[in-house]
Write a protein that binds this ligand. Structure first.
Ligand code: G3P
Length: 216
C-alpha cells in the first residue's frame, strides 16, 4: 500500500520523505491556506522535493474553469495530479482532462456509487473520505471495501486513495481491505512506527548494557 502525505507544509514533507514515508502528496485549498504562501509556489516546492504524484486541487466549480485551472497546474510538473470535487461539472472536467492525458483525483467522495461514477469518467484516483463519515456515525471503511469490490468486479483501473485519515486503525483497515493508497497527516504518520513495548524493550537493553559495563 502506498503512503501519500496529506499536507502542504514543506517541512513536514521533508521530514516524512527522509523516513521513506512519502510515495506522493495530497494538498487541498485548506491545507495550502495554512501555509500562508502562494498556491503555485507551494506546489513547485513540493514537486521539487517529492518523486511521486503531487495533488493540486482546483478552486473553480464550473467544468470549463476547472479544466483551465487543471491545465495550468499540469504545466507545473509531470507529477501533478489535478484534484477535482465530486460534482457533475467535476466529472465533465475529469473526462476532458483525461482526454488530454492529464491525470485527475476526484475528491469529497462519500459513497461507493459516487466512486463508480468517478471510475466511469476516467479519473486516475478516487478519494473516499473515511474520517468525515465516521464523524457522522457512518462507517467510512465499509465504503472503501465496497469501492474495492465494485472496482474489482469490473476491472476498473481507478486507484482508491483513502483520505480523511484520523488514526492508525484507519490505515490498518485500509491495508486489510487492499486499498491502493492512504493519504495521511504527518502527525498520524509519526504514530505508526511507535509501540510502548518497543520503548520498554529498548530501555531494558540500555539498562542491562550499562549495568554490565560497570561490573567489568
Ligand atoms: O485531503 C483531504 C482530507 O484528507 C481531509 O481530511 O481530516 O479534513 O477530514 P479531514
Amino acid at each position: 500500500m502506498k503512503f501519500f502525505i496529506d499536507t502542504a507544509d514543506i517541512e513536514e514533507i521533508r521530514m516524512a520523505n527522509r523516513r521513506g514515508w512519502v510515495d506522493g502528496v495530497t494538498t487541498n485549498p485548506s491545507l495550502v491556506a495554512k501555509t500562508g504562501r502562494d498556491h503555485v509556489e507551494v506546489l513547485k516546492d513540493i514537486c521539487a522535493e517529492v518523486n511521486g504524484p503531487v495533488n493540486a486541487e482546483v478552486m473553480s466549480l464550473e467544468a470549463e474553469k476547472m479544466v483551465a485551472e487543471g491545465k495550468e497546474f499540469a504545466k507545473l510538473h509531470d507529477n501533478i495530479i489535478v484534484k477535482i470535487p465530486m460534482t457533475e461539472d467535476g466529472l465533465i472536467a475529469v473526462r476532458q482532462l483525461a482526454a488530454e492525458g492529464i491525470r485527475t483525483n476526484v475528491t469529497l467522495v462519500f459513497n461507493p456509487i459516487q466512486a463508480l461514477m468517478v471510475a466511469k469518467a476516467g479519473a486516475s484516483y478516487v478519494s473516499p473520505f473515511v474520517g468525515r463519515l465516521d464523524d457522522i456515525s457512518s462507517p467510512g471503511l465499509e465504503m472503501v471495501g465496497q469501492i474495492q469490490q465494485i472496482y474489482s468486479n469490473y476491472g476498473l483501473k481507478t486507484e482508491t486513495l483513502v483520505a480523511s485519515i484520523r488514526h492508525p486503525i484507519h490505515i490498518l483497515d485500509s491495508a486489510l481491505i487492499g486499498a491502493d493508497i492512504v493519504t495521511i497527516p504527518f502527525k498520524v504518520m509519526q504514530n505508526l512506527a511507535k509501540h510502548p513495548l518497543t520503548d520498554r524493550g529498548i530501555e531494558a537493553f540500555v539498562r542491562d548494557y550499562e549495568a554490565s559495563q560497570k561490573t567489568q
